[in-house]
Design a protein. Structure first.
Length: 329
């Protein structure tokens, strides 16, 4: 029965994703149909609309999947992919490239700087937590992540001030708010390849995450080394999240609300929850991007604002529900 419930949930989410993709392609400042033969509209479809919609789905899928892994790894429904300072580090890396005008030499320096900044942040968090505590635990990682996030946010604020030019300042703000306006096929292929490889790796550890939910001692009795598992999963989540942030900026709350909602629907089994969270994240971000492109057309609203308007109230609801005695999330 549980197996059929999981198959039904994944099939339904796949159908929703197909509908969201079709809607995202059709909607925009200029309505476009895949069957339209007008040369201008075909150009818009193939080089602007289609890569953007696909990138939204891939980034949403990556964030949803990473959020489910982080919540399982830390056994906390309030965990998300940015918990260890990846977003702050990536934003600081992109801001550094923009402020120093390094993209003049190579257009890909901005996403590269964002990727390296995200990886650097998590590396520092891991090292600090490992040297400060003899035993690397969840609290050490979380506290180190909070501190590093504050540090990198300060660096970004300084670079925003240093940038000076209004154009550069707007580009830094893009990374803070998140957006998919710079979507192109190279980004789509890069995120797709990373999601397929890293995503498959994460799904392979679904059984281990199920065992970890019983507690580290129980997982150890089942032959699982929690510290080794944590290293592998944190590396994979860092890589995938950093790639997603590198092409879209900081898009918050997707990795928080999607896994939690789907856990309530499909249950805690990570063998179903992980792929369901990837599909759910893809659906959510594709729809949010369609709203961002159309609600103030022809102007475009940063997609991070849309996800924050949806996610912040839900986050407060989780906090309030978690504070109630006898309630577990």
């Amino acid at each position: 029965m549980k197996r059929w419930k999981g198959v039904l949930a994944l099939s339904s989410l796949s159908a929703l994703l197909m509908g969201a993709l079709a809607l995202g392609i059709a909607l925009g400042a200029v309505p476009v149909s895949p069957l339209d033969k007008d040369p201008t509209n075909r150009l818009i479809l193939l080089h602007i609309r289609l890569p953007r919609v696909l990138l939204a789905a891939l980034v949403g899928g990556a964030l949803g999947l990473c959020g489910a892994v982080m919540q399982g790894l830390f056994r906390n429904p309030l965990a998300d992919p940015y918990l260890l300072g990846i977003a702050s580090g990536a934003t600081a890396g992109a801001a550094l490239v923009i402020a120093l005008h390094l993209e003049v030499y190579y257009w890909g320096f901005v996403p590269l700087g964002a990727f390296l900044g995200g990886v650097l942040a998590v590396t520092i968090v891991y090292r600090v937590a490992q040297t400060r505590w003899a035993r690397l635990d969840n609290y050490a990682l979380i506290l180190s992540g909070v501190a590093l996030a504050a540090l990198f946010s300060a660096v970004t604020s300084f670079l925003l001030f240093y940038a000076g030019a209004a154009h550069d300042a707007r580009r830094v703000i893009f990374w803070i708010l998140g957006g998919l306006g710079g979507a192109q096929w190279l980004y789509v292929l890069g995120v797709l390849g990373t999601l397929l490889i890293v995503g498959a790796t994460l799904v392979l550890f679904a059984r281990e995450l199920n065992a970890l939910a019983l507690g580290e001692e129980m997982a150890a009795h089942l032959g699982i080394e929690p510290r080794h598992l944590r290293k592998i999963l944190l590396f994979a989540v860092t890589l995938l999240t950093a790639v997603a942030v590198a092409v879209s900026g900081t898009i918050g709350f997707v990795g928080l609300i999607v896994p939690h909602i789907l856990r309530l629907i499909v249950g805690p089994d990570h063998r179903v929850l992980l792929p369901a969270s990837a599909l759910g994240g893809a659906v959510l971000l594709t729809l949010c991007d369609a709203v961002a492109r159309t609600v103030l057309a022809p102007a475009e609203l940063p997609i991070g604002i849309i996800t924050a308007l949806l996610g912040a109230p839900f986050f407060l609801f989780l906090l309030r529900r978690r504070a109630q005695p006898g309630v577990t999330l």
